[in-house]
Design a protein around this ligand. Structure first.
Ligand code: UDP
Length: 241
């Protein structure tokens, strides 16, 4: 667990956004994983995913409060969350301001079509150089197509860990680009699903809203979060002993 927490970005959301903007302008390549407790617990049972997370080329940010609490508990003190859905909007904003290109990969076709409309309306100078739904058979072929387009920003919404593994395994095909696995963000930003109301977000209860809306997530959520709490406690004790 310490390896993950050492790596997790510890500064503020604003400073992280500035770093991304600078990387877009300088055409630096960046692979961002938006982590929650489930991400770390899946990595514990999936060695390829773990290697991808711990690679020097990978940047991990705290998507939710569980990671901030874990970071504090193990004395790494990450400052604040950077939710994937907000990062996604910020990237649209930068592409608009800097007239940069975006490729959208993942989610259902109707979600993507709606999202493209939202981006064209709200971020008119952002250039969508292509998009593909996440239910195509050969996902590596899509990445070959993306590589030819050479976008500034590549957002992949296929769920953890598939989105991260796909990005990681194809990263060498690219010279530039900000790559992010964005989970259910396309569903929210397209307007197909609602984000948790502000009251839930302010209380750091976005996860609870999601469980209430999608109870089928409960089993995965509780399994991974219970494991996470136990792991954190055992790491804390080992460090202090
Ligand atoms: N998805 C996809 N192809 C698949 C499986 C999932 O495009 O084969 C999309 C799905 O439509 C949704 C996103 O991936 O838009 C997964 O969102 P979820 O919130 O489940 O992500 P997670 O919590 O696993 O990060």
């Amino acid at each position: 667990m310490h390896d993950y927490f050492k790596k997790i970005y510890k500064d503020t959301q604003d400073n992280f956004y500035n770093l991304i903007k600078e990387n877009i302008i300088k055409e630096n390549k960046m692979f961002i994983v938006t982590a929650n407790p489930e991400t770390l617990m899946i990595a514990e049972t999936n060695i390829d995913f773990k290697n991808a997370l711990l690679d020097d080329k990978t940047t991990i940010i705290a998507d939710g409060i569980g990671i901030i609490k874990g970071s504090k508990m193990l004395k790494y003190n990450a400052k604040e969350t950077i939710p994937g859905v907000e990062l996604c909007s910020q990237l649209f904003e930068y592409c608009n301001e800097l007239k940069k290109t975006i490729f959208l990969f993942g989610a259902k076709e109707d979600v993507l079509t709606k999202l493209v409309k939202v981006i064209n309306t709200d971020y008119p100078d952002a250039i969508i150089c292509g998009y593909e739904n996440g239910y195509v058979e050969n996902k590596s072929d899509v990445f070959n197509k993306i590589a030819e387009l050479n976008p500034d920003v590549v957002l992949v919404a296929l769920g953890i860990p598939n989105q991260e593994l796909l990005i990681y395994n194809n990263l060498d095909k690219f010279k530039k680009g900000i790559f992010v696995g964005v989970g259910g963000s396309f569903d929210v930003l397209s307007g197909v699903k609602k984000r948790a109301p502000k009251a839930f977000r302010n209380l750091h209860l976005e996860w609870l809203y999601r469980l209430l809306k999608e109870p089928k997530r409960c089993k995965r959520f509780f399994n991974n979060n219970v494991k996470y709490i136990f792991k954190l406690h055992s790491c804390k004790n080992r460090r202090e002993n």
